[in-house]
Design a protein around this ligand. Structure first.
Ligand code: APR
Length: 239
């Protein structure tokens, strides 16, 4: 029976989803105008889709790469980065854009991959950082001669950094969840490690099931997150 470490009041975990980047102009997945309303997941976000029609998959992700590179962080991303003035902050994100990093967050764990990377379609260890929005084309090969693919975790594939992410929650004194429907697993399970006596807030526009023990604030991340961060930077609990 492992003894749980003491809660660290100075440690904050911020867990984010597509909703935090919505006001940067990037589509979410399950809102009315979401990505999965316009294209079938099975055609672009599974290993089978990659086998069947790699060009169609590359076109889908090249469009998203370009949009992500042309987008800018919004006040919610900057507010999350500002927390580092006073706290030890780890951002765990399902997002594949790098807006948290561009807003100044220094510790970001991407559990679903990153659009700005490409990787070998055979050897996962061969990762390549692609420059500003460069599309991945058929015929772009890794050093071992295999076709490059987007460094995105597709449905049915192993999530990235799962145990590392879960470990962050065990000592976190505060947990802020932003812009996620918590409908995809195992990513949503990461939050199960949050401590009952941590301060836990979820900010979203709508969610089917509020996670146990979380205070739910409905609204836009770009307006709600800066005020939450201001409370925490001034030692106040969120009212
Ligand atoms: N401010 C705050 N929340 C918002 C905003 C906003 N401006 N706009 C949308 N939201 C909320 C929605 O209400 C919803 O709860 O963001 C959430 C977006 O949910 P999804 O579209 O399901 O996105 P996400 O939870 O990130 O999806 C998780 O699903 O397809 C996979 O890999 C993909 O990482 C993604 C995962």
């Amino acid at each position: 029976m492992s003894v749980k470490p003491e809660i660290n009041p100075n440690k904050i975990v911020v867990f984010t989803g597509a909703g935090i980047s919505a006001e940067s102009g990037l589509q979410t997945f399950r809102d009315s105008n979401g990505l999965w309303n316009n294209v079938d997941v099975a055609d672009v976000a599974t290993p089978e889709a990659w086998e069947a029609n790699p060009q169609f998959v590359l076109d889908f992700y090249n469009t998203r790469r370009k949009e992500a590179f042309e987008a800018s962080p919004n006040p919610a991303h900057y507010a999350v980065a500002k927390l580092e003035e006073k706290y030890e902050v780890v951002v765990i994100t399902q997002n594949v854009d790098d807006l948290h990093e561009r807003a100044g967050s220094s510790k970001v764990i991407h559990v679903h991959g990153l659009l700005k990377n490409a990787r070998s379609s055979v050897n996962d260890a061969l990762l390549y950082l692609y420059d500003q929005g460069k599309p991945i084309q058929m015929g772009d090969l890794c050093e071992e001669g295999s076709q490059l693919r987007p460094d995105i975790v597709w449905f049915g594939e192993q999530i990235h950094h799962y145990e590392t992410a879960r470990k962050q929650l065990v000592a976190a004194g505060k947990v802020l969840v932003v812009g996620t429907s918590l409908s995809v697993f195992p990513a949503a399970d990461i939050l199960k490690k949050a401590r009952y006596n941590a301060e836990k807030i979820i900010v979203t526009k709508q969610i089917d099931k509020r996670p146990a023990g979380f205070k739910l604030l409905r609204g836009n991340a770009s307006s709600l997150i800066p005020s939450i961060v201001d409370d925490w930077l001034h030692g106040r609990s969120v009212s």
